[in-house]
Design a binder for this molecule. Structure first.
Ligand SMILES: Cc1ncc(COP(=O)(O)O)c(C=O)c1O
Length: 443
């Protein structure tokens, strides 16, 4: 791995606040260390940019925010206030959407595992539900029999060969995606035929999320075209929505050093296909997009404090009070964009160092091979771009979870408190001795 030089100035602006070293010490005095910072203004900006780009191309666009990427309740609520629907993939996420006050009709229920109760509940609530597997058909049919006078609307997640004979663009190089109902082997057609036997069931939408390595504009052109063609073939008179899923790039920090498509470019490609394919249709279907990473990755930073600088043999280790689990739960080795806020303001001479965390794991590296002025005790290191798959993914491991502080213009407030011992070892959850349980099971 090559050396990594920190790009840009070492001061940090969050919303309308300049985070000088002194300001961070005030944050620490109030909220403790380490902590996460949520930039609410940036979140709104991301949403508005995406919405504007898509609605310019295709006015009937609907944004369903992918909860699993970051289901911090405050963040979900903020997006809901901006107009986002909730895209959920479990009953837990569904119930959270309800808890933050979401209208169930504005919930899109996806995911490979739904129980009969989940499906019936979502149908009763008139949520948008996309079936992912054949077993879910039985739940829908059963609901249709129990509620013969109810008009039941269903979407289907479809699976088609995205790469044909080309190299697969799926994440991790998988040849075949495991999600949705397969078009090529006839399962989709069979499923549609089975559902259409029920007079009160209507298939109204097709969904096709693919997680690709490239996140290329061309992929979205293909996905949209395929979904439109399937809709026109199987549900020509009923098509209410085409859902192309998420998987797009958001704005990337300059340190990533790659050029990625803009929201306008994605919107232009997808919108053009939608407009062409439904040119002769009076009631245009909705276009649904389900952004996750592109909406929230750059809205959260993680602030950790330097505790010690250790020299071992010829290597320098900067120990901080956070962990790789707080910023990169998948433990990838790419360095995130970062800033060092130094208490004396001046950098020492440049050295190469690693930033390591509080756990007892050898591999707890928050950053590798940084080439910059060696940090000092009590400096702060801020890791940016940690909004996606961190808050939801990090298990509280060895230490309690840090708090999440929101910055909204110049207001600063908590959206998650620091976890305490009592919450970590919740007595409603853990049984500390046999006597704590009321019942014994004997087999
Ligand atoms: C069905 C569905 N929609 C949306 C998303 C969000 O994708 P991303 O975070 O890449 O935008 C995912 C992520 O895996 C997904 O599975």
């Amino acid at each position: 791995m090559g050396l990594y030089e920190i790009k840009g100035e070492n001061n940090l602006h969050v919303a309308d606040v300049e985070l000088s070293y002194e300001n961070i010490t005030k944050l620490e005095a109030n909220f403790g260390s380490p902590l996460y910072i949520l930039n609410v203004n940036k979140l709104r900006e991301n949403y508005r940019k995406m919405e504007t780009a898509f609605k310019k191309q295709y006015p009937k666009t609907l944004i369903g925010y992918s909860y699993k990427t970051n289901y911090l309740p405050y963040l979900c609520k903020e997006l809901s206030k901006l107009g986002a629907y909730a895209e959920v993939v479990s009953r837990l996420e569904y119930d959270l959407a309800i808890k933050i006050g979401e209208n169930p009709k504005r919930i899109i229920f996806n995911g490979p595992l739904k129980s009969k109760e989940d499906v019936h509940y979502a149908l009763k609530n008139k949520s948008k539900i996309n079936l992912d597997s054949y077993y879910e058909l039985d739940f829908v049919k059963e609901y249709a029999l129990i509620n013969p006078t109810e008009k039941i609307k269903i979407g289907m997640r479809v699976n088609f060969d995205l790469s044909k004979d080309e190299e697969s663009s799926l994440q991790n190089g998988y040849k075949v995606s495991r999600f949705g109902i397969c078009v090529e082997n006839g399962n989709l057609e069979k499923a549609i035929r089975e559902l259409m036997e029920f007079k009160n069931i209507q298939i109204v939408g097709f969904h096709g999320h693919f997680s690709t390595r490239t996140r290329s504009v061309d992929t979205y052109r293909k996905i949209t075209l395929e979904l439109c063609k399937l809709a026109k073939k199987y549900i020509p008179n009923n098509v209410e929505y085409i859902d192309v899923g998420g998987g797009m790039y958001g704005e990337l920090h300059e340190s990533f050093e790659i050029v990625t498509p803009t929201f306008d470019e994605y919107a232009e490609a997808i919108g053009t296909v939608m407009n062409d394919q439904f040119a002769d249709t009076h009631h245009k279907p909705l276009l649904i997009i389900e952004p996750g990473v592109s909406m929230v990755a750059n809205v959260i930073s993680f602030v950790s404090k330097v505790i010690e600088i250790k020299t071992i043999q010829n290597q320098q280790f900067v120990l901080v009070d956070g962990s790789v689990h707080n910023i990169k739960p998948t433990m990838h080795t790419r360095n995130l964009p970062m800033k060092i806020l130094r208490h004396k303001g001046s950098k020492g001479h440049k050295e190469t160092f690693n930033i390591v965390g509080y756990t007892c794991m050898e591999k707890d590296y928050l950053a590798h091979n940084i080439h910059d002025g060696l940090p000092q005790r009590d400096d702060y290191i801020v890791f940016e771009n940690v909004g996606a798959y961190t808050i939801v993914f990090n298990p509280p491991f060895i230490k309690e979870r840090p708090c999440i502080v929101a910055f909204d213009s110049n207001k600063i407030f908590l959206t998650r408190k620091s976890e305490t011992f009592k919450q970590f070892f919740n007595e409603e959850l853990y049984c500390f001795s046999k006597g704590d349980t009321d019942e014994y099971l004997t087999l």
